[in-house]
Design a protein. Structure first.
Length: 320
């Protein structure tokens, strides 16, 4: 079936059609491009919420709860993208996450998609914005992205989401770890999950101290002080408050014009990412040509440096 027809079905609520579109996005190539071409003009109105934090912090459980809270508040369905860096060997983790989410998610209103690093051409960095765009275009709002912390996967969550939630847990210096990983600067909202455990208020205080130390508000720019929320995702306590803060952050983004700025940045990064991908692809193809192999032989016999060879290859490519 042609891509526009699949897209129409997905817009009419056909979940299998939506699943197909996401698969095309993951695979990349001509059909993936077609999906982007159709979805981009009509996407852009959904709120993209990112959740990040260490494995086991409770991101999936929170995501499920948050999706349920969002589902009550919104007439459009809630889209969830769970990014799992697992290799196929530990692929069970993906299923584990999905089952846990399904326990709390209303199956009708919510669409959950797991994406792994394997199987996507151009990598997740390109596939994830594409998946968000599709969910947005077919009417899911909000779209929630769950991913492990910065530096562990190639997806830059703060560069992808409108609102970034950083999840920490009590007891093992999570706040300090988050700080080291650069998560303090990118967090719009902090969650101390497993708040029923001892040390939860210490974790909160650590975060507050670090936020105070790192705070250098620019008087000429609107500032948002990231709130710190306490949740126990397993029984749902604190989730309504978390959802309220997500909504408040969205309003702040809109009122200050920050939303537009973040999205313009996102478009810019995505376009540049595509430039890298396209040029890289063309260059690698060219490297297989007769001329490319001759250049490689020169590099291997140390007549030519790798950089000089690459420049020569690209110069010819750009001319043709
Ligand atoms: N005690 C407690 N356990 C929790 C809480 N939230 C999640 N968990 C458990 O922590 C484990 C990891 O949760 P999961 O949502 O998969 O974490 P993720 O790896 O960050 O996605 C699971 O066994 C959850 O049931 C909580 O608030 N309190
Ligand atoms: Mg998870």
């Amino acid at each position: 079936m042609p891509v526009p027809d699949v897209f129409e079905l997905a817009r009419n609520g056909e979940r299998r059609a939506l699943g197909r579109l996401l698969t095309l996005v993951e695979r990349g190539g001509v059909n993936g491009d077609k999906v982007a071409e159709i979805s981009h003009p009509i996407a852009g109105s959904s709120h993209v919420v990112g959740l990040t934090g260490a494995p086991g912090a409770g991101k999936s459980t929170i995501t499920g709860r948050l999706a349920a809270a969002a589902g009550l508040a919104s007439e459009s369905g809630v889209g969830v993208v769970a990014i799992d860096p697992s290799s196929p060997i530990t692929g069970g983790a993906i299923l584990g996450d999905r089952i846990r989410m399904d326990e709390v998610i209303d199956r009708e209103g919510t669409f959950v998609r797991s994406m792994a690093t394997r199987g996507s051409s151009g990598g997740l960095a390109l596939a994830v914005p594409g998946a968000i765009r599709v969910l947005d275009a077919v009417g899911y709002d909000p779209v929630i992205i769950e991913t492990v912390g910065v530096g562990q996967v190639e997806v830059d969550i703060a560069g992808t989401a409108d609102t970034t939630i950083v999840v920490v847990t009590p007891g093992w210096g999570d706040a300090v770890q988050a700080n080291k990983a650069g998560l303090l600067e990118v967090a719009d909202i902090f969650v101390v999950n497993k708040a029923e455990r001892p040390g939860a208020s210490d974790a909160r205080r650590d975060l507050e101290l670090m936020l105070d130390l790192g705070a250098h508000p620019d008087p000429n720019k609107p500032t948002w002080r990231a709130p710190i929320l306490m949740t126990t995702a397993t029984d749902g306590s604190g989730i309504d408050e978390l959802w309220d803060q997500v909504v408040a952050h969205r309003s702040w983004l809109t009122e200050t014009g920050e939303l537009l700025g973040r999205r313009q940045n996102r478009d810019r990064f995505e376009m540049l990412g595509r430039v890298d991908e396209l040029l890289g692809g063309l260059g690698r193809k060219r490297a297989e040509s007769e001329q490319g192999l001759a250049l490689l032989a020169d590099v291997q016999s140390r007549k030519l440096s790798p950089t000089a060879a690459a420049a020569e290859l690209l110069a010819d490519l750009l001319e043709s």
